[in-house]
Design a protein around this ligand. Structure first.
Ligand SMILES: [Zn+2]
Ligand SMILES: [Zn+2]
Length: 548
């Protein structure tokens, strides 16, 4: 281990995921304040929500701060392959331009994304074996296998001259994960004995009592449930939960049903898992195109679309728009998944659509078909008892999750807790942990092909346009500033009944005598007021003046 440099500090800086669910990006810095070296852990996205950000598919962290320190950026380390941890790499790497480190399955997922973005030749992805180690300047990293809801989740032990940080990544304690290693609690306990300065830890389920439950139990339950159903059967699950896919396939086999993979990401994930040595016992799958000949009781469709995504397989099946798969009266759909907050409406709409066709909808509310991939309170307590950090730093959650996590850590006798939001830099050592700086942070929106900062305000103006439409008014004025023709109106998304009142108000305001400079604003206000009086809504109004 290198000796501590004079005046060196160890700092932690979240730029995404601290105070929100999704788009995780965490930074660690070591060195004197004017010469710090940096590593980044994870680089994820958050999916856009139509109501808040119309037209925005993806959001990701603003990395302005990292662009400024790029020369001292030693690497980007990925803990696992979920979109909220690696989904932004292909978008943000051109701004970071550092080597990327990941275990084989995560690297495979990343490779396909980079290839799609045309970046695979430029980005140096270094594959780290499970349990492997990486040295990046003053940071010595050890990958520790844990359990979660995707193959190859890793915690990181980050050794620095000022102490060891355990970065848990996303985790749970699953005694029977079905795929991959069980949580390497021996390594975590060993670190605890060695002495851990700080633990940066998953807060997702800090409000949930007890334990998250095991994939093994879900498998047994799915085998029973699927064995009891007649008719066609579709199961939807997160494609990245490869252990769950295996469980559904085994339940299908036990019930004498053939497995049909429906949806591009389902087929892609199965291929990635097979290529990296998983799913060795996955049964043969039938192509979508050939599945219509199978008798109803002998088919199981494993589908994408558990979150009600409009373009995914299940939504297309529900809308009778799928070219090869159709379901109806007497068939069943199992949602082997949870509702991601924000997706409630889309999911309930989809489930109603299925119910309207006489399809039985089975979910985690009525059957044991899903477990979370994140630690509930008893698991958090176990982790703190193993690692025994001096400082607890909750991340990966909204503020209410992080605050409750901090409270739990104090109950568990952790001497110090620090709740830092995106952009708040925490000094972990030397001295007491505290927030020492604020750096620029925020969100970038992927809008079509462009990455634009949320502050550019287009989302707000699009919401306004979506809420109450648009009126464009062209005024033709002569040299003396008098109206030379009737105002020309262009109305979009305004109810017909309002048009006349707006036209009349605009003409009246334009006809009144006044200084030329005020006329546009007067007409704008008059048109808005007329719309509001009749309709109770204020559209966006723009006035253009043409002089003849
Ligand atoms: Zn995850
Ligand atoms: Zn996550």
């Amino acid at each position: 281990m290198t000796k501590n440099m004079n005046g060196a500090e160890l700092v932690f800086l979240p730029l995404g995921g601290a105070g929100e669910i999704g788009m995780n990006l965490n930074c660690y810095g070591y060195g004197p304040p004017d010469a710090r070296k940096w590593i980044v852990v994870d680089c994820g996205v958050l999916f856009g929500r139509e109501t808040g950000t119309p037209g925005v598919d993806l959001m990701m962290p603003d990395v302005r701060f990292l662009e400024e320190v790029r020369d001292d950026l030693l690497g980007l380390v990925l803990t696992h392959g979920h979109e909220d941890h690696l989904g932004a790499v292909a978008h943000l790497w051109p701004r970071l331009r550092c080597p990327v480190y990941a275990t084989p399955f995560t690297a495979r997922l990343l490779h396909d994304k980079l290839e799609e973005a045309g970046l695979e030749a430029r980005v140096k992805v270094k594959i780290v074996p499970l349990g492997g180690a990486v040295r990046l300047g003053p940071f010595a990293l050890e990958f520790i296998s844990i359990t979660h809801s995707i193959p190859e989740p890793n915690a990181l032990a980050i050794r620095t001259p000022l102490g060891v940080v355990v970065h848990t990544g996303d985790w749970k304690i699953d005694p029977d994960p079905l795929l991959g290693e069980v949580t390497n609690d021996r390594a975590l306990r060993r670190l605890g004995e060695e002495g851990v300065l700080a633990m940066v830890c998953d807060s997702t389920n800090a409000l949930v009592p007890g334990e998250s439950g095991s994939e093994g139990e879900v498998r047994r339950s799915l085998i029973r449930l699927i064995g009891s159903l007649k008719g066609r059967l579709a199961v939807t699950a997160f494609a990245s939960n490869v252990a769950r896919l295996q469980s559904v396939a085994e339940a299908a086999e036990a019930a004498n049903r053939e497995v049909v993979l429906v949806g591009r990401s389902m087929r892609h994930m199965v291929n990635c898992a097979r290529d990296t040595g998983y799913l060795k016992k996955f049964p043969r799958v039938i192509a979508e195109e050939e599945s219509s000949d199978l008798p109803a009781d002998h088919v199981l469709y494993l589908c994408t679309g558990s979150q009600g995504e409009q373009r995914a397989a299940l939504a297309r099946i529900a809308a009778d728009e799928h070219p090869h798969v159709s379901l109806g009266e007497g068939d069943s759909v199992i949602f082997s998944s949870r509702i991601i907050p924000g997706n409630e409406l889309a999911i309930f709409e989809l489930q109603n659509q299925l119910a309207a066709k006489g399809i039985a909808v089975l979910t985690e509310r009525d059957h044991f078909v899903h477990v979370s991939g994140h630690p509930a309170r008893d698991e958090l307590a176990a982790m703190y008892s193993w690692v025994k950090p001096k400082i607890a730093v909750p991340v990966h959650g909204e503020l209410r999750h992080m605050s409750e996590h901090a409270r739990l850590a104090r109950e568990l006798q952790v001497p110090q807790t620090v709740v830092a939001l995106n952009g708040q830099m925490v000094r972990l050592a030397p001295g007491a942990a505290e927030i020492i700086d604020e750096t620029p942070s925020g969100r970038l929106h992927l809008d079509g092909r462009l990455l634009v900062h949320e502050d550019e305000g287009f989302a707000r103006s699009r919401r306004a346009l979506g809420f109450a439409g648009f009126i464009g008014i062209t005024l033709v004025l002569d040299r003396k500033g008098r109206l030379a023709a009737e105002p020309v109106l262009h109305l979009e998304g305004i109810p017909d009944i309002v048009h006349g009142a707006v036209r009349a108000a605009a003409a009246r305001a334009a006809g009144a005598r006044r200084a030329k400079g005020d006329i546009a604003e007067d007409v704008r206000i008059a048109a808005r007021r007329a719309a509001n009086e009749m309709w109770g809504k204020k559209p966006v109004v723009r006035v253009q003046i043409v002089e003849v």
